[in-house]
Design a protein around this ligand. Structure first.
Ligand code: FAD
Length: 283
């Protein structure tokens, strides 16, 4: 089945895109999570979202949730690893699964975590952002996973079935639900080192000699998510119609630039959806 619009992200940008595309009778799929967005839930007090003075993030999230529920919009709780432009449609990869859509709206937010030294240099050469996608490369090998959220635990467990050794470096405080054979290291990653390929993760207190290193973050840098996407100063480059350099691919919210604000994300989500709809109607 090919969707009309695939929306990646369930924050205000993605959800606003979803309701607007749905109102125009488009067949949509929204990727995200049931909590919608950490950046909504965690806000202690919001005074600048029109119509909701003095609301807190949890309540705003509940209002968003009730809105999409009433419109019959469901969130597909899956993390998109890659989006490939195939000409007149897009392939959306979720681990071993693939979805197809005629247009894509990227509303993935921004990741505040800066890459560590050497991380970007070795991407594709021993450094990756999706352990489950690249697991087969590490059969019988040693791998480190730097997890920025508990979803990374699943990736570590999956890799443990294939790799000979998995180190798990959690960047959050929690209980860690990982396989007993995984070595948990509570330390701070400083640098990725290597020659033609990455072979060492330098932590503040120790070094790990490994064949691969994965950084599992809340959102992946857009240029790795969508190969060929034009990015400027860390943000997806769009025009006033929220159109990216790839035909049929639109973007909205924090991922396209500052100010990082709810209502700006929601407004851009609407513009992106309406332009995706007119792109579809002209096809
Ligand atoms: P986000 O809200 O970040 O949502 C992106 C979603 O996409 C996330 O759920 C993420 O998990 C999901 N996602 C990312 N990549 C993928 C993928 N590959 N596959 C599937 N899902 C994916 N703004 C205001 O206007 N007023 C305020 O008072 C305010 N207070 C804030 C307080 C705090 C503590 C914080 C952190 C932020 C605050 N902000 C405030 C800023 C606001 O949160 C952001 O500007 C807004 O949430 C951006 O919306 P977005 O839809 O672009 O992205």
């Amino acid at each position: 089945m090919r969707y009309d619009v695939a929306i990646i992200g369930s924050g205000p940008g993605g959800l606003s895109a979803a309701i607007n595309a749905k109102i125009r009778n488009k067949n949509i799929i929204v990727f995200g999570n049931s909590n919608l967005s950490e950046k909504v839930v965690k806000a202690p007090k919001i005074n600048n979202y029109l119509g909701f003075y003095d609301i807190n993030g949890e309540n705003l999230k509940n209002m968003f949730k009730s809105h999409i529920d009433k419109m019959g919009i469901e969130i597909n709780e899956e993390r998109v690893n890659n989006v490939y432009a195939m000409g007149d449609y897009f392939s959306i990869m979720v681990n071993e699964k693939m979805y197809e859509a005629s247009t894509v709206i990227l509303a993935t937010g921004v990741e505040y975590t800066k890459p560590i030294k050497g991380e970007e240099e070795f991407v594709g050469k021993g450094v990756g952002y999706c352990a489950t996608c690249d697991a087969s490369l590490y059969k019988g090998k040693k791998v480190a996973i730097v997890g920025y959220n508990s979803e990374a635990e699943e990736e570590a467990n999956f890799l443990m079935e294939i790799a000979s050794k998995v180190y798990y470096i959690p960047m959050y405080k929690n209980e860690y639900d990982v396989d007993e054979n995984i070595e948990i290291i509570k330390d701070i990653p400083i640098e990725v080192q290597g020659d033609t390929k990455a072979n060492k993760l330098v932590l503040r207190n120790t070094d790990l000699d490994v064949d691969g290193i994965f950084f599992i973050k809340n959102s992946i840098s857009p240029k790795y998510l969508v190969p060929g996407l034009e990015v400027e100063d860390g943000h997806i480059k769009v025009d006033r119609n929220m159109k990216t350099n790839i035909n049929g691919c639109f973007a909205a919210g924090d991922c396209v630039g500052k100010p990082y604000q709810y209502i700006k994300a929601a407004g851009e989500g609407q513009v992106a959806a309406l332009n995706a709809v007119s792109y579809l109607d002209k096809k």
